[in-house]
Design a protein around this ligand. Structure first.
Ligand SMILES: Nc1nc(=O)c2c([nH]1)NC[C@@H]1CN(c3ccc(C(=O)N[C@@H](CCC(=O)O)C(=O)O)cc3)C=[N+]21
Length: 299
C-alpha cells in the first residue's frame, strides 16, 4: 500500500479557489452594477449530466454569480440548439456559456460549440479558444486541464524542464493539457491508443496525466519513483453483489501508484472538484474582459 505518497487534495484546493473567486465578485459588482453570469445548456435528460449541471449551478450561486440553466429536449434539432446559443451570445447578462457534453447522437457537437462566442467560451472548446491556446494568446483555457496545471504547480512549483506524459488526446482534456504543459516549459509527450510500449513511455515521466477513460489502466509499475500523478478519469465500476452503485475509480490503479509516486490525486476528490472551480474562475475572467476590466489578480 501507499508507502506515503502525498495525496493531492483537489477538493480542498478547489474550495480555497472558490473562496477567492467569491471574494473577487463584490469588486466586479461595484464596478459594473451586476454579477458575473454563467449559462449552462443541457440537451436531453441524461441523469449524470443533470447532476453535474445541478452542482455547477449551486457552485455558481455560492460564488455570488448569476446562474442561468437552459434545458432542451433530447430530440431538439441542431437549429434549436444553435438558436439558444445565439440568444445567449447576445445576452449581456451572460458572461460564460457552457454547453454540457456529450450531446445526443443526432446533433453535431463541433458545429454547435463553434457557434459560442469565443469571449464567452468558459469551457475553452471553440476553435478560436483552441487556436489561442496553441498560439499562446490570452483566451479561455479548458477547465479540467487548467485545474490539473494548478495542482501540479502547487506541488512542484516551476515545471520547467520536467518530462510530462499525457495519456489520452481528447479535445476536452488531453490536447489542451499538452498545450498548457508545453506553455509551462515541460517536455511533453502525448500518448494514445496507438502508442508503442506505453508502460516504458510512462516510466520516463516526472509528471503523468491520465485522461483516457479506462478504469485503472495505468499500473503502479509504470510510475517512476517520485513522479507526480494526476488522474483525470472518473469511471464507475459495475456494482459489487448486492450494491446499488459501483465504486468510482480513476484511470490509474491508485493504491499501486501511490506506493511509488511522490504525489497522486484521488478519485473522487482530486481533479473533479477543480473542474467546477476553474469554470467559475473562467466565468470571472470572462466577465472582467467583457466589461473592459483588467483580469482579476491571482487566478
Ligand atoms: N462541456 C462540458 N464541460 C465539462 O466540464 C463537462 C461536460 N461538458 N460534461 C460532463 C463532464 C463531467 N464533468 C465533471 C465535473 C466535476 C466532477 C466532480 O466534481 N466530481 C467529483 C465527484 C464525483 C462523484 O461523486 O460523482 C469528484 O471527482 O470528486 C465530475 C465531472 C464536467 N464535464
Amino acid at each position: 500500500m501507499a508507502a506515503g505518497a502525498h495525496i493531492i487534495d483537489g477538493k480542498a484546493f478547489a474550495a480555497g479557489l472558490r473562496v477567492r473567486i467569491a471574494e473577487a465578485v463584490p469588486a466586479f459588482r461595484a464596478a459594473t452594477g451586476r454579477a458575473p453570469g454563467l449559462a449552462v445548456v443541457l440537451v436531453g435528460d441524461d441523469p449524470a449530466s443533470a447532476v453535474y449541471v445541478g452542482s455547477k449551478g449551486k457552485a455558481t450561486v455560492a460564488a455570488g454569480m448569476e446562474s442561468f440553466e437552459h434545458r432542451l429536449p433530447a430530440d431538439a434539432t441542431q437549429e434549436e440548439v444553435e438558436a439558444l446559443l445565439a440568444s445567449l451570445n447576445a445576452d449581456d447578462a451572460v458572461d460564460g456559456i457552457l454547453l454540457q457534453l456529450p450531446l445526443p447522437g443526432h446533433l453535431d457537437e463541433q458545429r454547435a460549440v463553434a457557434t459560442i462566442d469565443p469571449d464567452k467560451d468558459v469551457d475553452g472548446l471553440t476553435p478560436v479558444s483552441a487556436g489561442r491556446l496553441a498560439l499562446g494568446i490570452a483566451g479561455m483555457v479548458p477547465c479540467t486541464p487548467y485545474g490539473c496545471l494548478l495542482l501540479l504547480q502547487d506541488r512542484l512549483g516551476d515545471l520547467s524542464g520536467k518530462d510530462a506524459v499525457v495519456v489520452g488526446r481528447s479535445i476536452l482534456v488531453g490536447k489542451p493539457m499538452a498545450a498548457l504543459l508545453l506553455g509551462a516549459n515541460c517536455t511533453v509527450t502525448v500518448a494514445h491508443s496507438r502508442t508503442k510500449d506505453l508502460p516504458a513511455l510512462v516510466r520516463r515521466a516526472d509528471i503523468v496525466v491520465a485522461a483516457v477513460g479506462r478504469p485503472e489502466m495505468v499500473r503502479g509499475d509504470w510510475i517512476k519513483p517520485g513522479a507526480v500523478v494526476i488522474d483525470v478519469g472518473i469511471n464507475r465500476l459495475p456494482p459489487a453483489d448486492g450494491a446499488a452503485k459501483g465504486r468510482l475509480v480513476g484511470d490509474v490503479a491508485y493504491a499501486e501508484a501511490a506506493a511509488v509516486a511522490d504525489a497522486i490525486t484521488p478519485v473522487p476528490g482530486g481533479v473533479g472538484p477543480m473542474t467546477i472551480a476553474c469554470l467559475l474562475r473562467n466565468t470571472l475572467v470572462a466577465a472582467h474582459r467583457r466589461a473592459g476590466l483588467a483580469d482579476p489578480e491571482g487566478f
